[in-house]
Design a protein around this ligand. Structure first.
Ligand SMILES: Cc1ncc(COP(=O)(O)O)c(C=O)c1O
Length: 392
């Protein structure tokens, strides 16, 4: 009898990672400028790299260590949460270090849901959030945002059912760059509290805001510690994406569930990465802010150039992170346009269908990974390419 393996899997229903799909197209077209991947152009603080080198000689680097994170790093995180986020760890909440913010999100979903439960995601969402929820055999309940990609509280309220376990917000936002005002986040957080569900707040871009706009942490609101899971990442702040360190503060009652997940998936966060992370955090947010000041100039170029495409395209305000989400005002297939932009104009952006914007033609433009001159060249190609593709 033929050797046949049943290949059906829960993964069959999950979307393919869009970054890899676009990455393949970029590789086939040498010279393409990528405004695709959400990474920064700088690396970790020099002191962090020195600490990493020093850790090699330390035998404990090579052992398993505490599941939730090394005391030195957890201590630095608790201090940072108090100072920068207004979150008092210990007053009903705990900290867990994970291999990046994405893993913290997966942990959170596994800890708070059962099969067929629902998680509310404002659209556009971050694709890995959608993928993680579906992998956990839960349902994504997508709710619209307004024309500026701001949260629609009524839509969120109307989407809550007895199966809802959480509302997810990302501010500053990937993929839109929107920053949600404090009042709106307070209302969402209170709605979650009153509905007996969790508020998962992804704050991977907490330091990436421009002008007078400020990021606020829902975990700092009164009584929030019992129902708020706050997610953070060192990937962007300290240019440490490859070191895979993120963390979360979460309600104490989830400690047993989190311990089971961590022990099964990671055992403990990579020790050398934790040593590097602790040293990076000593450099503090000033390290990131100097780069955000540079990014602010890049952002000005990006937004001014893209706005020259109006009324063919629209570009809502993008006051945080290093993204904006461009809407095309004529009928077009976003994947087809993205392919033509790469092949014919050597510039890559991400079709926002991956972010749940399936009705219409939208693209995420990322400008964190490149120097100013390269971004200017890339945006020039994008503007020229879109004009040609969309008007001919
Ligand atoms: C909103 C958001 N959360 C989490 C992450 C993942 O970060 P990490 O590298 O820490 O897993 C990203 C990365 O792009 C992101 O955009």
């Amino acid at each position: 009898m033929a050797n046949s393996v049943n290949c059906a899997s829960r993964m069959d229903a999950i979307q393919a990672p869009i970054i890899a799909v676009i990455g393949d197209l970029i590789r086939q077209t040498p010279g393409t400028i990528s405004l695709g991947q959400g990474v920064v152009h700088y690396g970790p603080p020099p002191a962090a790299l020195k600490a990493a080198a020093g850790a090699l000689a330390n035998t404990s680097t090579h052992d398993y260590q505490p599941a939730s994170g090394q005391p030195a790093l957890v201590g630095a995180i608790e201090e940072k949460l108090r100072r920068d986020n207004g979150i008092e760890v210990g007053r009903g909440s705990r900290v867990m270090v994970t291999a990046g913010g994405n893993m913290a999100f997966v942990h959170a979903v596994l800890a708070i849901t059962g099969p067929d439960d629902e998680v509310i995601l404002p659209v556009p969402f971050y694709f890995n959030h959608e993928m993680a929820i579906r992998m956990a055999d839960c349902r994504v309940v997508a709710v619209p945002t307004d024309f500026r990609y701001q949260l629609d509280l009524d839509a969120i309220r109307a989407a809550i059912t007895p199966r809802t376990r959480a509302v997810v917000t990302i501010s500053p936002n990937n993929p839109t760059g929107a920053v949600f005002p404090e009042l709106l986040l307070r209302e969402v957080n209170a709605l979650c509290r009153d509905s007996g569900i969790y508020h998962i707040s992804d704050e991977a871009y907490e330091y990436f805001t421009y002008g007078s706009v400020r990021h606020v942490s829902p975990g700092s609101f009164a009584d929030a510690e019992r129902h708020t899971i706050s997610l953070y990442s060192l990937s962007k702040t300290y240019g440490m994406a490859g070191w895979r360190i993120g963390y979360m503060s979460y309600p104490e009652r989830l400690a047993a569930a989190m311990a089971k997940i961590q022990d099964t998936v990671l055992i403990c966060p990579p020790v050398i990465s934790q040593v590097t992370a602790a040293a990076a955090m000593e450099a503090g947010p000033a390290y990131c802010r100097q780069h955000v000041a540079e990014l602010a100039e890049v952002r000005d170029v990006v937004l001014a150039e893209l706005r020259s495409l109006e009324p063919l395209c629209s570009v809502p305000p993008a006051e945080g992170a290093f993204y904006c989400c461009l809407g095309v005002n004529v009928k077009a297939d976003p994947m087809r346009v993205a392919e033509r932009l790469i092949r014919e104009h050597k510039v890559a952006v991400i079709p926002a269908t991956a972010f749940g914007l399936t009705d219409g033609c939208y693209f995420r433009v990322a400008y964190g990974a490149l120097e100013k001159a390269t971004v200017a060249e890339g945006i020039g190609r994008l503007v020229n390419g879109l004009r040609q593709i969309l008007t001919k």
